[in-house]
Design a protein around this ligand. Structure first.
Ligand code: APR
Ligand code: PHB
Length: 390
């Protein structure tokens, strides 16, 4: 087989790039290790920056997002007995975010690929990129007992944190930066009416909590838990009782509980791999960077990678201009690190750190006091949350 751009990974990053390039007549093949059903069973985040939403529309995948997604102009931070609203619309110069589940977004991308007869190969085992520093890279993979080869011009590593692409960059070239947080998030999805029309981020001495949603009949809640906790340690009743302990009383009183249709614990980590290019391999999304979910930057950081790669590939194939490809790593990392900073800041401000000293706790309180006493501070938060420019 031959294609222009071989994409490893059929998650949001790989599918969105494949769709955008195909619309411009650039040929791609997506290699996905899992089945589509498996990929679509993953429950992930739910807040899209306006830049991501715009890219989905450009990819002709935004119709259901615009119909079913919710525009959110602000969110609440509950702390120290107070509830302060962050007015995203006011402090970002009129922008907002779209609340729409990543699972639905990935479904939309798959359906768009189907409509265009895009090539997505599922159950692609033992994917391996080769000759990345040559002009003729290729990718091999196994389908059943048969090993197959795809010759290509470029390989995109959109295979997530546990993928093969980042590991294909020599250790002498790759630099990795990681920060692991001493807690995780226990998340529950329930077919209940959300407790609040806007997201509520909660700083509480018992630990962080978040009230989010996927629609007016599907709620998403999280509580910070110790790293040692296992999801089987938490009954639904235990989860709801702990969430209520952390919510402001008037919110807890109106919380509608119900059986969890998904319940899982995710550890929190910050991670960046540099460079995001090696020869004709380009890393995108979780393959190159991970953020703690507090700032809702995960999928949105992937969006700017895809935007830069999309335009770089267009310039290469349409104009013979390789400046976008040559600048990709530096340009993508510049925005990735800003998302890292914002995610670290939100996480540091809102979580209870098991080993924190009283001075740290006073700094957390001061961070919140400063935030809600300063329009400049709220503008800084808002411009990061709605999405820094691509
Ligand atoms: N070969 C082929 N496919 C692979 C391999 C491999 N060796 N390793 C992983 N994959 C697939 C995974 O099965 C997954 O479907 O690559 C895909 C990577 O998708 P994601 O992990 O969702 O990463 P990405 O597309 O960059 O999306 C980032 O997803 O994980 C969330 O929080 C993250 O919201 C962010 C978004
Ligand atoms: C979610 O709805 O899953 C969500 C929302 C905002 C976050 C993190 C997760 O910051």
């Amino acid at each position: 087989m031959r294609t222009q751009v071989a994409i490893i990974g059929g998650g949001p990053s790989g599918l969105l790039l494949s769709q955008l390039l195909h619309l411009k007549g650039i040929d791609t093949i997506v290699l996905e290790r899992q089945s589509r059903e498996y990929v679509l069973c993953r429950i992930r985040a739910g807040v899209l920056e306006h830049g991501f939403a715009k890219l989905m529309r450009e990819a002709r995948c935004g119709e259901r997002m615009d119909r079913e997604g919710e525009i959110h102009d602000g969110f609440i931070i509950a702390h120290g007995g107070r509830q302060n609203r962050v007015d995203l619309h006011k402090y970002s110069g009129g922008s907002s975010v779209v609340v729409y589940g990543q699972t639905e977004l990935t479904r939309d991308l798959y359906e768009a690929r189907d409509r265009m007869n895009g090539v997505v190969i599922h159950h692609a085992e033992d994917v391996q990129p080769h000759d990345l520093t040559s002009a003729t890279p290729y990718v091999t993979f196994r389908k059943g007992d048969e090993v197959q080869r795809i010759d290509c011009d470029f390989v995109i590593g959109a295979d997530g944190f546990h993928g093969i692409s980042r590991k294909s960059i020599p250790a002498s070239v790759l630099r990795e930066y990681e920060k692991v947080y001493p807690f995780g998030w226990l998340g529950v999805l329930s077919k209940t009416k959300p407790v609040s029309p806007e997201l509520i981020y909660v700083k509480h001495e018992r630990g962080f909590a978040l009230c989010s949603l996927r629609s007016q009949v599907l709620s998403r809640y999280y509580i910070q838990v110790p790293l040692a906790d296992k999801v089987e340690d938490w009954s639904d009743d235990g989860f709801w009782a702990e969430l209520k302990r952390r919510l402001p009383q008037e919110v807890a009183e109106r919380l509608i509980t119900g059986p969890s249709i998904e319940k899982s614990i995710a550890p929190l980590r910050s991670f960046v791999a540099e460079p995001m290019r090696y020869g004709n391999l380009f890393l995108a999304g979780d393959a190159a960077h991970i953020v703690p979910p507090t700032g809702a930057r995960g999928l949105n950081s992937a969006a700017s990678d895809i935007y830069y790669l999309y335009h770089a590939m267009l310039a290469h194939y349409k104009d013979g201009d390789d400046s976008g490809l040559d600048n990709y790593s530096a340009k993508a990392l510049a925005r990735v690190w800003k998302a890292q900073r914002f995610s670290w800041w939100m996480t540091s401000m809102l979580h209870t750190f098991p080993d924190s000293i009283p001075y740290d706790q006073k700094l957390q309180q001061t961070d919140l006091e400063y935030l809600f006493s300063s329009e400049a501070a709220q503008s800084s938060l808002a411009e990061n949350y709605v999405g820094l420019p691509f």
